[in-house]
Design a protein around this ligand. Structure first.
Ligand SMILES: *[C@@H]1O[C@H](CO)[C@@H](O)[C@H](O)[C@H]1NC(C)=O
Ligand SMILES: *[C@@H]1O[C@H](CO)[C@@H](O)[C@H](O)[C@H]1NC(C)=O
Ligand SMILES: *[C@@H]1O[C@H](CO)[C@@H](O)[C@H](O)[C@H]1NC(C)=O
Ligand SMILES: *[C@@H]1O[C@H](CO)[C@@H](O)[C@H](O)[C@H]1NC(C)=O
Length: 405
């Protein structure tokens, strides 16, 4: 939706009101990972079954998203066999805390980060017990493994576990998101990495495109299992969120539209003509971490335009939406079909990016509902948008509930 600044306020309130009514009905029980009772899983390892994933090292050319192939086989295939993707790759019982000494800890206590039926692209799996899947992985600061389960989602039996797969550097700074700062000439950049402040110093290298690039320091935040308030975020949905860094880029030069009086060659015989020339000032930036042995780790380069002067006569194209959700490009985790549309929304916004100055995503963000792995997947999904224009997030009621973390 494209609106001028004037209509923005009213439309935003109207949308907020409508969404506040609608989202109540739609936001519960929609996290596909909650269908899997991983804490009830039992071991049924079978030497004749296998799962193999390749390639084993990802991101060798600096990319943070890659497709992999998983091949598997089981001597006792059945329709409800499924493949779970785990990260960290070691999802064994030894990482399960016993909440209460009278209750035995479960054998498995980390939910997969995604899953798919074994027959998804192998319709003959049920007959010959062989199948393969193509899955998309993103750099989420840890390695991955793939497990074959039988007996469905509610009482799963672990049949086989794959080799591990990992990104060449799992800690690299990723998924920058911009936000308009408190001052008109300030832009905040937030990103995720695997580097704590005891390992490296986070900063942004930025400046006018092609001009002098300066360094601005960043603050680092994270949270722990004990600081989230209940299951599943504290139990099977827990996953180390890594480090979240924010830097404030200040004293940006405004984007201006100069109104020049030009005597145009051909038209000059008829009349003087005014011509508006937009002078777009682009800034480039890179996320950096300076390790204590003076090695630098860099992200790729991104760019954005600063906002105009306050009061300046300019066209600002604003996109406002809510309740987007997230989805997997490889088709995994299918549950509620409406999540699928979130990829379409994202793709459309990326296509239109040239015509967008700012995005307001007014809450109900990714329906992680306590499965923390989903937040990285959401920030990866919106990265092409959020790294280029201010992506302003607001919260509605469900985002404030603990379970929606
Ligand atoms: C794969 O298995 C699921 C779950 O049992 C079933 O719903 C689906 O129809 C199967 N698909 C194919 C292609 O056999
Ligand atoms: C998994 O982690 C546990 C505890 O951290 C360790 O004891 C075990 O050896 C690990 N397993 C593998 C296969 O690395
Ligand atoms: C600095 O430390 C990093 C991480 O430990 C390592 O990969 C890198 O090779 C080191 N660089 C130098 C110059 O020692
Ligand atoms: C999303 O796009 C695909 C193809 O581009 C289309 O088949 C599908 O119907 C779209 N889904 C929604 C929910 O609009």
């Amino acid at each position: 939706m494209f609106v001028g600044m004037r209509g923005l306020r009213m439309i935003m309130w109207t949308i907020l009101l409508v969404l506040a009514i609608l989202h109540r009905a739609s936001s519960h029980g929609i996290q596909p990972l909650s269908r899997i009772a991983i804490h009830k899983a039992t071991l049924a390892l079978d030497n004749l079954a296998y799962v193999k994933a390749s390639p084993t090292v990802l991101g060798l050319n600096g990319q943070n998203t890659e497709w992999i192939t998983v091949e598997y086989s089981s001597p006792n295939p059945s329709m409800d066999d499924w493949i779970g993707v785990f990260s960290p790759a070691n999802f064994s019982a030894s990482t399960c805390p016993a909440e209460n000494p009278r209750v035995y800890p479960p054998l498995l206590c980390s939910a997969p980060i995604k899953f798919q039926y074994a027959n998804y692209t192998s319709p003959d799996y049920k007959v010959n017990g062989k199948g393969s899947l193509k899955l998309q992985l993103i750099n989420q600061r840890s390695d991955f493994s793939f497990a074959l389960f039988s007996n469905g989602f509610l009482n799963p039996k672990l049949v086989a576990v794959s080799n591990t797969v990992s990104f060449a550097n799992p800690n690299v700074p990723v998924y920058p998101r911009l936000a308009q700062g408190k001052q008109w000439d300030e832009m905040a950049v937030t990103w995720t990495s695997g580097y704590g402040i005891d390992e490296a110093e986070p900063f942004v290298q930025w400046g006018p495109k092609g001009g002098h690039q300066q360094h601005s320091p960043a603050v680092t935040l994270t949270f722990e299992r004990s600081s989230v308030c209940g299951a599943p975020a504290r139990t099977i949905g827990w996953r180390d969120p890594g480090y979240i860094h924010t830097s404030f880029l200040k004293e940006l030069w405004p984007n201006r539209v100069y109104s020049l009086r030009l005597l145009m060659f051909l038209k000059s015989l008829i009349s003087d003509t005014y011509l508006d020339i937009g002078i777009e000032i682009w800034y480039t930036y890179k996320l950096g971490h300076r390790l204590f042995n003076s090695t630098y780790v860099w992200s790729q380069e991104y760019q954005f335009r600063a906002s105009p002067f306050p009061g300046q006569n300019s066209l600002q194209r604003v996109v406002i939406f809510g309740d987007m959700g997230k989805d997997e490009a490889d088709g995994s985790n299918e549950y509620n079909n409406f999540q699928r549309g979130s990829l379409n929304t994202t793709k459309q916004l990326i296509k239109d990016l040239k015509n967008i100055d700012i995005v307001f995503h007014i809450g109900d963000i990714c329906y992680a509902n306590g499965y923390i792995s989903q937040w990285d997947q959401f920030t990866a999904q919106i990265e092409p948008i959020a790294s280029a224009v201010p992506y302003m997030l607001a919260r509605l009621a469900t985002s404030m509930l603990c379970l929606s973390l």
